[in-house]
Write a protein that binds this ligand. Structure first.
Ligand code: PLP
Length: 376
């Protein structure tokens, strides 16, 4: 099997697994218990939270643990909107967002919030002029992903933050799920930022929301004590330890891993471009880990299935929305519905080998020739 779907999920790093198991074995108490075992668990919880905060250059009190990025996005988007109702009900976002942002916005829309979506240019980036025009005094939230999961486009968060700063009642939420470990994070002017460990070789079931100190949001879970009033539930110490271990490795190794992925990316893209019906949808400026491709005239789902039969795992749209609809992100960059329907995604990692790239190219060649009846 050749796994090229690292954007959907990464395998857990053995170091992360070891850190999780060691913490689970060592600390048996609830960190909120006041007895000695609870105090020890609390001390460890505080230590890892400080470490995570330090990696991000923020304060420990600004970290809210969640079950993953979907929950963190729900908490940020709904929590900000509900807490800022008295200021306004206008929200700006994009078509590139993960469904946990998009669906949260739909829920808010039913509660009479007004949602505007930013246009995406041919380069995959949001239109900053349009953002400038749309921002108004009753805009309470701008929600933009740092890197989208389908194309890998890196959004200009710094510039967006500059514009949002001009509106004191407006908050900026950044979904950094696909950015951590792939590209540098920008936090100045960002009010909330979500991420999840299973995208950077951590465990499934743990993510976090950075929430700027002093910002009030409405919690989405009622009852139960935690490390924060913003998300209840017994603190998940072992998972928090594993998140710290995964984040430490992802950030320390980011430059070296990305350089390695870039080499594989360039080789892959050069080989794919030799086929006349291949279109690379990811913009030049995208992170090298994500390569969105179309083979003209062949539905993405069909190509993906054909590759799967050859033992190659790639994905169509995001793993979370396999509804057979054309990709909005690919439509945005190509303005071509049929091309969007033909698109699928290869995602590579520093764990991807030269042999796997070679194996993928052979499988691709077979599928291409069979499905298109063309030689190249
Ligand atoms: N945001 C983005 C950009 C994603 O790619 C994903 C997962 O694919 C999520 C959020 C959801 O993350 P989780 O699976 O941790 O809920």
């Amino acid at each position: 099997m050749i796994y090229l779907d690292y954007t959907a999920n990464t395998p857990a790093d053995p170091v992360v697994l070891d850190a999780f198991i060691a913490a689970e074995q060592r600390y048996i108490a609830n960190p909120n218990s006041t007895h000695i075992a609870g105090q020890q668990a609390r001390a460890e919880m505080d230590r890892v939270t400080s470490s995570i905060a330090q990696h991000l250059g923020v304060q420990p009190a600004e970290i809210i643990y969640t079950s993953g990025a979907s929950e963190a996005n729900n908490l940020a988007v709904k929590g900000i909107a509900q807490a800022a109702r008295h200021i306004g009900k206008h929200i700006i976002s994009t078509e590139l967002e993960h469904s946990s942002v998009g669906a949260s916005l739909s829920v808010l829309q039913q509660q009479e919030y007004e949602i505007d979506l930013l246009r995406i240019g041919r380069d995959g980036r949001v239109d900053l002029d349009q953002l400038r025009e749309l921002l108004r005094d009753d805009t309470i939230l701008v929600a933009v992903c740092a890197v989208d999961s389908e194309l890998g486009t890196v959004q200009p968060i710094r510039e967006i933050a500059e514009l949002v700063k001009l509106y004191p009642g407006c908050r900026l939420h950044v979904d950094a799920t696909q950015a951590v470990g792939k590209t540098d994070l920008w936090l100045d002017g960002v009010d909330t930022m979500s991420f999840t460990a299973h995208k950077f070789y951590g465990l499934n079931g743990i993510g976090a929301l950075y929430k700027r100190r002093g910002l009030v949001i409405t919690p989405q879970i009622s009852g139960g004590a935690s490390t924060t009033i913003y998300r209840s539930g017994t603190p998940t110490l072992g998972l928090a330890v594993s998140l710290d271990a995964a984040l430490t490795r992802a950030l320390d190794a980011q430059a070296a891993r990305t350089a390695q992925v870039r080499l594989l990316h360039d080789r892959l893209v050069a080989a794919l471009r030799r086929y006349s019906l291949v279109r690379i949808n990811s913009p030049e400026t995208a992170v090298p880990h994500i390569i969105n491709v179309s083979v003209t005239g062949i539905k993405g789902t069909r190509f993906q299935q054909a590759l799967s039969e050859q033992g190659v795992c790639v994905s169509v749209k995001s793993a979370c929305s396999s509804d057979g609809m054309p990709s909005k992100a690919v439509f945005a960059v190509s303005r071509d519905r049929r091309n969007a329907l033909s698109s699928w995604r290869i995602s590579i990692s520093h764990l991807t080998t030269e042999e796997e790239i070679e194996g993928f190219l052979q499988a691709f060649d077979t599928c291409y020739k069979t499905l298109t009846n063309k030689e190249n």
